[in-house]
Design a protein around this ligand. Structure first.
Ligand SMILES: C[S@@+](CC[C@H](N)C(=O)[O-])C[C@H]1O[C@@H](n2cnc3c(N)ncnc32)[C@H](O)[C@@H]1O
Length: 293
């Protein structure tokens, strides 16, 4: 059952969030001369029809294409950044997210408790420094694959897995991206992703990959920051800061409508909720929930 509209967004997660916001329908550009508006609210040359025709080598694969080799996709959408930058970003995520993690903890506890019975094979997309592992890495016999393009996340994620009580042999770190997950079809009981759809190059492609690797009935558990409502002051600020944010936060977009994209991704059921967090500043509002393949 796919829930539709704000009235249907009962937080099955029971988190007592503020009233859910209705995610807007996507904007469609009918002007032939311009590339269509992206869900991030901007026009991008690459990916537009004209540019795709002119620059075939840079175009991402079409939805109908077979999954691309994960290593090839990694180099295509997230080639290694300068060493100092990747290291700085990993250290910053480890040091500065603590107030946010304290506030989001009640949501994570409820959401990730569903992993206790989901099955043994879990993939975390954009695992980063591993702040989610303490919520589910202690489940009996669980095997976790943490995927992230930034190799400097590995030492933090490994330490987080160990301190959550996971035997080192049950945690694998794979350098990779959501656009081509390094996992077999129908192999995962659950996929976790928090604050990562803001950073992938193509949200729809990453969602298709999540569905590909999930077993039938497998769960996708997510928490993502999304664009503030159109016309709000916050939305204006997000638009203005978007380029800077992408530079300092490794490609993070402030104005994506990820909730709507998840809603349209074709999961068999979806529990989608919206909330605001005081520690998230421009990274508000958030959508969170569970989708079932
Ligand atoms: C804001 S951090 C969030 C990390 C972690 N999930 C958390 O909640 O703290 C975004 C993460 O996504 C990773 N990332 C960036 N581009 C990605 C992509 N295309 N696919 C998967 N992960 C990506 C970054 O390296 C970074 O670890």
């Amino acid at each position: 059952m796919q829930q539709q509209g704000a009235a249907a967004l009962t937080p099955a997660t029971g988190l007592g969030s503020r009233p859910s916001l209705t995610v807007k329908t996507s904007r469609v550009c009918t002007t032939a001369a311009l590339p269509p508006l992206c869900r991030c609210g901007r026009r991008h040359l690459i990916g537009s029809t004209t540019a795709t025709a002119l620059l075939p080598l840079l175009a991402l694969p079409s939805p109908a294409a077979s999954p691309v080799d994960p290593e090839v996709m990694l180099e295509r959408v997230h080639p290694a950044r300068p060493e100092w930058y990747e290291k700085f970003y990993a250290t910053a995520m480890d040091k500065f997210m603590k107030p946010y993690e304290a506030e989001i903890a009640q949501y994570k506890s409820k959401l990730f408790s569903q992993l206790m019975t989901a099955g043994k094979n879990i993939l975390e997309l954009g695992v980063g420094t591993g702040p989610n592992l303490k919520y589910y890495a202690n489940a009996d016999g669980v095997n976790i694959v943490g995927v992230d393009p930034n190799k400097h996340m590995e030492e933090y994620a490994r330490a987080a897995a160990v301190s959550a009580g996971l035997p080192p042999s049950n945690f694998t770190f794979r350098r990779g991206v959501g656009e081509a997950l390094p996992a077999e079809d129908n192999s995962m009981d659950a996929v976790v992703g928090t604050l990562v759809m803001c950073s992938v190059s193509d949200v729809e492609m990453a969602l298709r990959e999540i569905k590909r690797v999930l077993k039938p009935g497998g769960l996708y558990i997510f928490i993502e920051h999304v664009a503030a409502p159109d016309g709000s002051f916050l939305r204006f600020v997000q638009g203005a800061l978007n380029p800077l944010q992408q530079f300092v936060s490794d490609g993070c977009h402030l104005t994506r409508e990820t909730g709507e994209i998840i809603r349209e991704a074709g999961f068999s059921s979806l529990d989608l909720n919206t909330t605001r967090l005081s520690t998230a500043f421009i990274l508000s509002p958030h959508v969170y929930g569970v989708a079932c393949k």
